[in-house]
Design a protein around this ligand. Structure first.
Ligand SMILES: Nc1ncnc2c1ncn2[C@@H]1O[C@H](COP(=O)(O)OP(=O)(O)OP(=O)(O)O)[C@@H](O)[C@H]1O
Length: 294
């Protein structure tokens, strides 16, 4: 597949501290890539450099073999950033229409309004929209130029369940049409369901890169979920073998372990006061926690 983005040994420093540290990454046309990382890991800084909003301190970022700041490159990009800056005084409809005119090829106004889900608010001032509505407007603005490459930085924060479902449906449709999509999110189940490639960044460095299944396979931890009876104590759980982590949520307990057979065996042998036992293979969240703690 054709590479669309080439990040080569990029470092970005702020006041001498590296927010992104010698990162190299190639993204192919038509892929859906999720950038994952804890708060402050360097995701937004990386996306900002891909968009040409920040310049690397060292290294280079190329998009379609050009500079991200080139007009021809920008014409084919769409970006939904964490902050949606609306223009004072303009209605929702006027804002969308204004953005359409920035691009040589644009999606029809009605279609964009439909994507935003803001038909009933189209004549409202964009500045008076709620946080979740502004995010939906930001999505429509990102799609205004019918982009070949779409950046979504924590896109669903503040969206309600219906807006979220509609949002991912639109993104899936774009992916099915061969568009390249790069997203950052803290909702790992969203990354798991949409991305065909997951890149994990920690302290500015790339620490894992692969399909969701490959990332999950990087940890052999599983979880045991059960309900604790009145007689179960924290000490009883702490003394079990092969336990990596125990979390209590009311009477529901989650144990993470690399050998769930041993844990279950010990729990039964010691006749612990537990019921409703379930065992789950490690999900993306477990793998992510494992990777960033290394
Ligand atoms: N303009 C700036 N000036 C100084 N430091 C900055 C600036 N932008 C980012 N940083 C620092 O760079 C690091 C990476 O920040 P970045 O916003 O890229 O992280 P992130 O992975 O997107 O985090 P989050 O999940 O919280 O959005 C952080 O330590 C942050 O404080």
């Amino acid at each position: 597949m054709k590479p669309i983005i080439q990040i080569d040994q990029v470092t970005k420093e702020f006041k001498g501290r590296a927010a992104v540290d010698n990162l190299s990454l190639t993204i192919e046309e038509g892929s859906v890539v999720a950038l994952l990382g804890s708060n402050g890991a360097g995701k937004t800084t990386t996306v900002s450099m891909m968009l040409g909003l920040l310049l690397p301190t060292k290294g280079s970022v190329r998009i379609w073999e050009g500079n991200p700041q080139d007009r021809a490159v920008r014409n084919r990009l769409g970006a939904m950033l964490q902050e949606v800056n609306v223009i004072d005084g303009l209605t929702v409809l006027e804002t969308i229409d204004l953005f359409r005119h920035y691009y040589s090829r644009s999606l029809p106004l009605d279609h964009l309004l439909h994507i935003s889900g803001l038909g009933a608010e189209k004549n409202k001032r964009a500045s008076s929209l709620s946080g979740g509505q502004k995010r939906r407007l930001g999505f429509a603005l990102a799609l205004a130029g019918d982009p070949d490459l779409l950046f979504l930085d924590e896109p669903t924060v503040g969206m309600d369940i219906t807006a979220r479902q509609q949002f991912w449906e639109t993104v899936r449709g774009m992916a099915a049409n061969g568009r390249t999509i790069i997203l950052t999110t803290h909702y790992l189940e969203e990354a798991d369901s949409i991305a065909d490639r997951i890149v994990v960044i920690n302290k500015g460095k790339l620490i894992a890169d692969g399909t969701s299944a490959e990332i999950k396979a990087s940890t052999n931890r599983k979880t045991i979920l059960f309900t604790a009876g009145a007689h179960l104590t924290e000490d009883q759980l702490a003394s079990l073998p092969c336990v990596n982590d125990v979390t209590w949520s009311g009477r529901k307990v989650k144990i993470t372990s690399t050998d769930t057979d041993q844990v279950i065996f010990a729990m039964v042998q010691r006749q612990l006061d537990i019921k409703d036992i379930e065992i789950h293979a490690g999900g993306l969240e477990d793998a992510f926690q494992f990777l960033v703690q290394q």
